[in-house]
Design a protein around this ligand. Structure first.
Ligand code: HPA
Ligand code: ZN
Length: 374
């Protein structure tokens, strides 16, 4: 088990969280508060009963409960409260930059205005930025079980908010929800349209449950064409999850060559049975293959932990050591869109923290990976 000192070390690592769904941060306590405020009946008697219901056998099982939970969100203030609570957790876990997905269609399809959603989320983010050392950006995600046409309609709703990039910080689009049977290519045109609208920091959930070929499709869609690129700095290509890419060695080689960032979510993978056991998690293979893996919480209220818990579950299983934790944090800071000076500062902090660690044993000499004692 990780010692308290090791957990504290991980918490102190400056980290960017690149993959978290704001609707997936709805804790049962807030669910009850909002249900009461909005006079909505929920089919549970207590917080404990809600938590006990969070047993999933696959992604779809989870999504059914997750969309039902999101139905509690009705007003701007609810979205504010949701995001404000997430930022409290993130800041306490040493997150210095959050790239947050939101699912507009989940709300606008129920008659909630896009404006109520984004104003609440962004107001909470600015308040958090003042309170904590944290920066943020939002990623407008399309529900891939819905049609391409519906995604185009949803994208049009974002348009009025794209001019004020400093305030709203909607920086890209994403693709989430039921993966198998809804391949990335179904949304190639709408993502191309988003790029035309200057939304360039896009990512696609791929190979969480779906086959490696979905990652190939996603790469084709996300790879910026030099001639089209508007921003001067080259942004990394981001694939959300990417677990099953490891089944295809040629794909792994191209992910490494292109420096593709994988936003890996260990507790999500466990809870949704993407892996049967944490010892079967692909993180070790990803790191050994030189891939730019990062650690993220995905839907922390549903999967039993925030970002630090996601590091700790891997450390506990000896899948990673503390030096790997520094590498994973470094990958996240490098991939984040925070300003240059801020990035350099956190990379320096990470270097200092890495230098403070005991050395790894020399290969072949035996001995345990370095641990910190409490
Ligand atoms: N996968 C796909 N869609 C999602 C997820 C996820 O893990 N979380 C929220 N929407
Ligand atoms: Zn996700």
């Amino acid at each position: 088990m990780a010692t308290q000192e090791e957990i504290d070390f991980i918490r102190r690592l400056p980290k960017a969280e690149l993959h978290v769904h704001i609707e997936g941060t709805l804790e049962p306590e807030l669910m009850f508060k909002l249900a009461e405020r909005n006079k909505i009946e929920i089919p549970y008697k207590s917080v404990e009963e809600v938590r006990a219901a969070y047993q999933f056998s696959n992604l779809q099982d989870f999504l059914d409960i997750y969309y039902a939970g999101a139905g509690i969100l009705q007003k701007e203030q609810g979205f504010y409260d949701l995001a404000a609570e997430y930022f409290e957790h993130a800041a306490a876990d040493g997150v210095v930059d959050s790239r947050i997905f939101f699912d507009p269609q989940t709300h606008t399809d129920r008659g909630i205005s896009y404006d109520a959603v984004i104003q609440g989320l962004v107001r909470a983010a600015h308040d958090a930025a003042e309170k904590f050392d944290i920066t943020f950006s939002y990623v407008h995600s399309f529900l891939r079980h819905l049609t391409e046409e519906a995604a185009f309609e949803s994208l049009a709703m974002a348009e009025p908010y794209l001019d004020d990039k400093d305030f709203y910080r909607i920086v890209g689009v994403g693709l989430d929800s039921s993966e198998v049977g809804n391949p990335p290519k179904k949304f190639a045109r709408v993502i191309a349209k988003a790029v035309e609208m200057d939304l360039e920091e896009n990512s696609i959930h791929a190979a969480e449950e779906g086959p490696p070929k979905y990652v190939r499709q996603a790469l084709k869609i996300l790879k910026p064409k030099k001639a089209d690129r508007k921003s001067k700095t080259l942004k990394p290509i981001i694939i959300d999850h990417g677990n099953r890419a490891m089944e295809d060695p040629a794909l792994v080689a191209s992910l490494r060559e292109d420096g593709v960032v994988l936003t890996v979510c260990p507790l999500s993978n466990l809870k949704l049975r993407v892996v049967t056991d944490i010892s079967k998690h692909p993180i070790r293979k990803m790191l050994d293959a030189g891939l730019k893996a990062t650690i993220n919480s995905d839907d922390p209220a549903y999967f039993g932990g925030y970002i630090v818990d996601n590091f700790v579950v891997l450390l506990d299983a000896d899948e990673i050591d503390l030096r790997d934790c520094v590498t994973l944090a470094r990958n996240s800071i490098e991939a984040s869109n925070m300003g240059h000076n801020r990035k350099m500062h956190y990379l320096d902090v990470l270097q200092e923290m890495e230098d403070s660690l005991p050395l790894r044993p020399v290969a072949g000499a035996g001995g345990q990976a370095p641990r910190l004692q409490s």
